[in-house]
Design a binder for this molecule. Structure first.
Ligand code: ADE
Ligand code: ZN
Length: 330
C-alpha cells in the first residue's frame, strides 16, 4: 500500500535479503552455510525471537565494508519508497558489528553514504537510531555510546533491542542517562516477548519517548490507560509478531483492540527481509486480515508522522500529514 507513512521500527540489518546476502558473501569471500537463496529462505521458520536472532546475527558476517552498509541501506530505501514510506528512523546494531571487528566508522559512514542521497534518490527523509543489545552488558553499552561520540551529529537517538526476557530496562539506566545528557532521543523495545512491567520500567527508568512493540501492554489495564493519557507511541510490527509467534495468527493480532482503546499505534516492518514484508505489506496485511477501515489506516499513517522525531522540521511534518489526508485508497 502506497499510503504515505513514516517507518519508525526498522532494523537495517533485518533488511538483508537472501540475494544481497549471497552477493556480499561472494564479494567479501565469506562462506555461508546455505547452498543457495532457496536453502537460506528455508531457514526463515522461527520458533520465537531467539531463533530469529540466531540467524540475524549469523548473516551479518557478510557485512564488512562501508560499501556493504551503503548497498544494504540503499536497497532498503528503494523498496520502502515504492511502498509509500516518506520518512524512516532507522535502527542499527553497532555491537553486533564491533564484535566482528567492523568498526563504528565503517557502519555509520557506510549507512550515511546511502542516507545522505536518500531524499534526492528515493524521496525518503532519514534519521539514525543506535540500538544497544540488551543481552550484552551495561558496560558494553556504555563503551558503545562512547565509541559513537565522533558520529553523534548523524545519530538522533538510542534504542534497546535483542533478547528481551531476563534483560529488563533497568539494566541500562546509566547509559540512558548519559545519552539523555548528550541530547539523544530515547526509545526501547519493550513488551514484545517481555512482560508489561518492562514497558512501565522503560518509561519510568529510561525515560523513553516511544515504545517499540509494546504489544503486551494489553495485559495491564492501568498501563493502557497511562499510554493513552500520555499519548505514548507504540511501534507495532504485525508480520513480525506472527513470524516470531508472539501472536498465533494475524487474525488474532490485538491492533484493532489497541486502536479502539485509544492507543497511539503505528505499523512498521521490524526486519522485513525475514518476516515477509515491508511497511506497505504490513499495512496491506492488517487491512486484508483485520478488516481495518480506511479511516483506521489513515489514522495509523498520521500517527507515524506524529510519533516521528521531526520536531526540527515541522514544515516537513505538516507536508507529510497533508499527503496522508489527500491519499486516495485504491
Ligand atoms: N524484533 C526484534 N526484537 C528484538 N531485537 C531485534 N533485533 C532485530 N529485530 C528485533
Ligand atoms: Zn525490532
Amino acid at each position: 500500500m502506497s499510503l504515505p507513512k513514516a517507518e519508525l521500527h526498522l532494523h537495517i540489518e533485518g533488511t538483508l535479503e537472501p540475494e544481497l546476502a549471497f552477493e556480499l558473501a561472494a564479494r567479501n569471500g565469506v562462506a555461508l552455510p546455505y547452498a543457495d537463496t532457496d536453502a537460506l529462505r528455508e531457514a526463515y521458520r522461527f520458533e520465537d525471537l531467539q531463533s530469529f536472532l540466531n540467524l540475524y546475527y549469523e548473516l551479518m558476517a557478510v557485512l564488512r565494508t562501508e560499501q556493504d552498509f551503503a548497498d544494504l541501506a540503499d536497497a532498503y530505501l528503494a523498496r520502502a519508497a515504492a511502498q509509500g514510506v516518506r520518512h524512516v528512523e532507522m535502527f542499527f546494531d553497532p555491537q553486533a558489528h564491533l564484535a566482528r571487528g567492523v568498526g563504528m566508522g565503517t557502519v555509520v559512514d557506510g549507512l550515511w553514504r546511502a542516507l545522505e542521497k536518500s531524499e534526492e534518490r528515493h524521496g525518503v527523509s532519514t534519521q539514525l537510531i543506535m540500538c544497544f543489545l540488551r543481552d550484552e552488558s551495561a558496560e558494553s553499552a556504555m563503551e558503545t555510546l562512547e565509541a559513537a561520540g565522533p558520529y553523534l551529529d548523524r545519530i538522533v537517538g538510542i534504542g534497546l533491542d535483542s533478547a528481551e526476557v531476563g534483560h529488563p530496562p533497568v539494566k541500562f539506566r546509566e547509559v540512558y542517562e548519559a545519552a539523555a545528557a548528550l541530547g539523544l532521543r530515547r526509545v526501547a523495545h519493550a513488551g514484545e516477548e517481555g512482560p508489561p512491567a518492562y514497558i512501565t520500567e522503560a518509561l519510568d527508568v529510561l525515560g523513553v519517548e516511544r515504545i517499540d512493540h509494546g504489544l503486551r501492554c494489553m495485559e495491564d489495564e492501568e498501563l493502557v490507560a497511562r499510554l493513552v493519557r500520555d499519548r505514548v507511541p507504540l511501534t507495532l510490527c504485525p508480520l513480525s509478531n506472527v513470524r516470531l509467534r508472539t501472536v498465533d495468527t494475524l487474525a488474532e493480532h490485538p491492533l484493532p483492540a489497541m486502536l479502539d482503546a485509544g492507543l497511539l499505534c503505528t505499523v512498521n516492518s521490524d526486519d522485513p527481509a525475514y518476516f515477509g514484508g515491508y511497511a506497505g505489506d504490513n499495512f496491506d496485511a492488517v487491512r486484508a486480515t483485520l478488516g481495518l477501515s480506511e479511516d483506521r489506516l489513515r489514522e495509523l499513517a498520521r500517527n507515524s508522522f506524529v510519533a516521528s522525531f521531526l520536531e526540527h522540521d515541522e514544515e516537513r511534518r505538516t507536508r507529510y500529514l497533508a499527503e496522508v489526508e489527500a491519499y486516495e485508497f485504491g
